[in-house]
Design a binder for this molecule. Structure first.
Ligand code: G3I
Length: 376
């Protein structure tokens, strides 16, 4: 790190005619970026929506380029968007997404090939095994093939587990049987042998679900099918999951020989009386003033708790940086986070590191302060 720091600073020292004290300020005090600060540890990613891919808001575009070195397609690669009608693919936005990533030299994540949710209506009407096999093959081969050598990693399979660790009774399981999982990974590997292939899910730090995910990975490995990583969707809150369960999860998944990544990070501070965890998109509940307490801004006391929670989590990530390859935030700033609309629509949520004006929050600084040297 020190060598890199000196190399990065050298041109500035040789070239710039400013006073010594100005150099010092530039080198040590200037707040840099997440991607620079963590560049020797893991990728720092964000999920992009349509407006961000179109670079419609200049503040967002600048922030994305400055802070992140990995991007994930938040919605536009989901089945209902990318193959809205049988064998009719809509690549307009996903092409732009990949071009944006390439332009900025980012690690590009395709999300997601096989997911029971956000399926196109026609896909929900698939009737039998043979038909399902054909459509899975066409879907995966067409999409992964199109971006061969350009998309670096795919969330091949998303949310295939129940909370008790058993397999979700999705249309894929019903029609194809358990082998659909192996088939999905093999089709993706065939279409792009170089791309990393992941299993991605929420609540993967909960013991029962974690066991289920470990079983899933082991079965793939035992059958000679490649799986490169487990994506732990970090839709968390101030207390859950505990640092102990997060650490155990990092160690247990890494012990399988796969990469560990935190893929959909956000930390909720607004109330949730149903104590919902994870991210079941079918849940949506009626709101009330009590349930939406911070419409005028986040009080300092809560801001501090959020900053401390992010600090503790990133401290743990750094402790296990040799096992973790990526930390991706689920969104760029608080204003566009999905958490404003889940599990109750229209609330004011504060789950990310940047506020509604694209300014870094206290939580951003608590994460950045963990790095001794901040690289230009
Ligand atoms: O684009 C339409 C807009 O035209 C319409 O006016 C509006 C009305 O509600 O809906 C808009 O679409 C919404 C879309 O997000 C874009 O904002 C959908 O209703 C809404 O269901 C969709 O939610 C997405 C959700 O997945 C379901 O696909 C969230 O943005 C997205 O963050 C979320 O991401 C998932 C991951 O893919 C998997 N893990 C859980 C995570 C959170 O649910």
């Amino acid at each position: 790190m020190t060598k890199l720091f000196l190399l990065a600073a050298l041109p500035l020292l040789l070239f710039n005619g400013c006073s010594q004290s100005t150099h010092q300020e530039n080198i040590t005090d200037e707040p840099l970026s997440l991607k620079a600060a963590f560049r020797d540890n893991f990728h720092i990613g964000t999920a992009l929506n349509k407006s961000q891919i179109n670079e419609a808001i200049p503040e967002a575009a600048t922030l994305i380029q400055k802070e992140f070195n990995s991007i994930t397609a938040e919605n536009m690669m989901k089945w209902m968007h990318i193959q809205p009608a049988t064998d009719t693919f809509n690549f307009e936005l996903s092409d732009k997404f990949v071009e944006l990533g390439e332009k900025n030299d980012m690690f590009i994540i395709g999300h997601t090939l096989v997911w029971h949710s956000q399926l196109a209506p026609w896909a929900n009407e698939i009737k039998d095994r043979e038909e399902m096999i054909g459509h899975l093959q066409n879907h995966i081969s067409t999409i992964v093939g199109r971006y061969k050598g350009r998309v670096n990693g795919w969330d091949v399979l998303n949310e295939a587990l129940n909370e008790d660790g058993s397999l979700r009774n999705s249309i894929f399981l019903q029609l194809f049987g358990e082998e659909y999982i192996k088939a999905a990974f093999e089709l993706a590997a065939e279409a792009d042998p170089e791309a990393e292939l992941y299993y991605n899910d929420y609540n993967l730090c909960n013991p029962a679900k974690r066991e289920g995910a470990i079983e899933l990975v082991k079965k793939l490995q035992a059958s000679g099918t490649r799986i490169d990583g487990v994506g732990i969707q970090a839709h968390w809150n101030l207390n859950h999951p505990s640092l102990e369960e997060i650490e155990k999860s990092i160690l247990d998944y890494a012990a399988l020989g796969v990469k560990v990544m935190f893929t959909e990070m956000d930390v909720t501070v607004i109330p949730n009386p149903w104590d919902l965890q994870g991210a079941d998109v079918d849940q949506n509940l009626e709101g009330s003033e009590f349930m939406n307490p911070y419409t005028e801004g986040l009080p300092d006391s809560v801001q501090t708790q959020l900053a401390k929670r992010y600090e503790d989590i990133f401290k743990l990530f750094l402790k296990h940086e040799n096992k973790i390859t990526r930390v991706t935030f689920w969104g760029v700033n608080d204003g566009q986070s999905w958490k404003n609309n889940w599990p109750i629509k229209g609330r004011t949520s504060y789950p990310l590191l940047f506020d509604r004006e694209y300014k870094p929050k206290m939580a951003y600084h608590s994460v950045m302060d963990l790095k001794e040297e901040k690289i230009h």
